[in-house]
Ligand binder design. Structure first.
Ligand SMILES: NC(=O)C1=CN([C@@H]2O[C@H](COP(=O)(O)OP(=O)(O)OC[C@H]3O[C@@H](n4cnc5c(N)ncnc54)[C@H](OP(=O)(O)O)[C@@H]3O)[C@@H](O)[C@H]2O)C=CC1
Ligand SMILES: N[C@@H](CC(=O)OP(=O)(O)O)C(=O)O
Length: 344
């Protein structure tokens, strides 16, 4: 089966990752690319400042970039991936949904909307059924599905593995790569020889999105997970890969080996972009490290290490590639789930 896909915001940092990940994809075929008015009408090669570590696929390089409007996207496109700035996405995604498109979006707008599935296929694939509620509420034929924030998706699979021990409270401190801020987001003068102890809006996203992802869906609504989550988000001068220090309070008293086994054994899914092993657990207390470990599972795995039982529960570190598992790869995996579950 071949599914024709479009990418909204195709020239950006995340848009380029989409193109890299979709090149030679077994199901998806790139059929439309959009960006801002200033890029529309140009070939992709001219419009994109290509910064990914593989060449622009030949078939994509000569495609013409369209404006980000439903009229500019061919009718036979079945699925759109969206990587627009969230303010732009909030304004234009509804136009595509009203026009009947299915949109797998990486942008942060509407992630917490009660009728929008916020999904990680390995964690809460059942939330996809919220699409029925969404269509009834909004009266559109299309469907909007979101993947979480990159720091949130790094931590949540490990929390899902801990939930069997009674997850009560989570404190997390992040060390986030500069690519998360976009190519021009943090200047070299700001970040070299430095660390910045604040990333606007990031803490609130980790605190709310993680509870929705771990929440229960009863067929009509998602009840947020009861754990209290508090986050502190910091920018450091790594290029890719968010590292996080997590402290979790548990009602039960597992030892470090029980916790490592729960993470190691957490089940994956059988989708083309899913890693064979979802959580890679390291025994070496010096791992995971961004430079050494972010490419695990082609950038789709979650890494965990430094697991130590505490009086309250556990402390450990986790890591994921922020522009692959944390952005474009997460949207592609959600697109694969939409196909698998028959929404496309
Ligand atoms: N970078 C990362 O690691 C992550 C980013 N994200 C999120 O993904 C989204 C994209 O991020 P990123 O790729 O870094 O951003 P970029 O700024 O690199 O790219 C933005 C894209 O949107 C297009 N665009 C900008 N303004 C408009 C407009 N008014 N109308 C139509 N298209 C427009 C740009 O086109 P043009 O080239 O023509 O300007 C470009 O294609 C954001 O919501 C971001 O928060 C999420 C997780 C991680
Ligand atoms: N805020 C993230 C990247 C990002 O854009 O997140 P979101 O998808 O929630 O907007 C970072 O700086 O690393």
């Amino acid at each position: 089966m071949s599914v024709r896909v479009g990418i909204l915001g195709a020239t950006g940092a995340v848009g380029q990752r989409f193109i890299q990940l979709l090149d030679d994809h077994e199901t998806f075929e790139i059929a439309a690319l959009t960006a801002s008015e200033s890029s529309a009408g140009e070939t992709y090669r001219d419009a994109a400042k290509w910064r990914v570590n593989t060449p622009i696929p030949d078939a994509v390089a000569e495609m013409t970039v369209g404006a980000t409007t439903p009229e500019a996207v061919p009718d036979d496109v079945d699925l759109l991936f969206s990587s627009l700035p969230s303010s732009v996405a909030a304004a234009v995604e509804p136009d595509f949904l009203e026009a009947g498109y299915v949109v797998s979006s990486n942008s942060s707008n509407d992630r917490m909307a009660p009728d929008v599935p916020l999904t990680i296929p390995e964690i809460n694939a059942d939330h996809l059924e919220l699409i029925e509620v969404q269509r009834e509420n909004r009266g559109w034929d299309g469907a909007l599905i979101k993947n979480p924030n990159c720091s949130t998706i790094t931590m949540v699979p490990t929390l899902a593995a801990l939930d069997q021990f009674g997850l009560e409270r989570v404190s997390v401190s992040t060390l986030q790569a500069v690519s998360g801020a976009g190519y021009s987001g943090v200047t070299s003068m700001e970040i070299i020889d430095n660390a910045i102890p604040h990333i606007g809006g990031e803490e609130e996203k980790m605190e709310s999105e993680s509870r929705k992802l771990l929440g229960d869906f009863d067929g009509a609504e998602v009840t947020l997970h009861g754990a209290d989550v508090t986050a502190s988000c910091n920018r450091i001068p790594t290029l890719d890969g968010h590292l996080e220090n997590v402290f979790a309070d548990l009602t039960e008293d597992p030892d470090a080996e029980d916790i490592a086994a729960a993470m190691r054994d957490y089940p994956g899914v059988d989708l083309p972009s899913a890693p064979e092993q979802l959580i890679h657990v390291f025994e070496d207390p010096m791992r995971p490290q961004p430079r050494l470990d972010r490419e695990r599972g082609d950038g789709m795995a979650i890494c965990a290490g430094g697991i130590q039982a505490t009086d309250e529960g556990v402390k450990y570190n986790c890591l994921a590639h922020n522009t692959i598992r944390g952005a474009a790869g997460a949207s592609v995996l959600n697109g694969e789930l939409l196909v698998e579950d028959g929404w496309i």
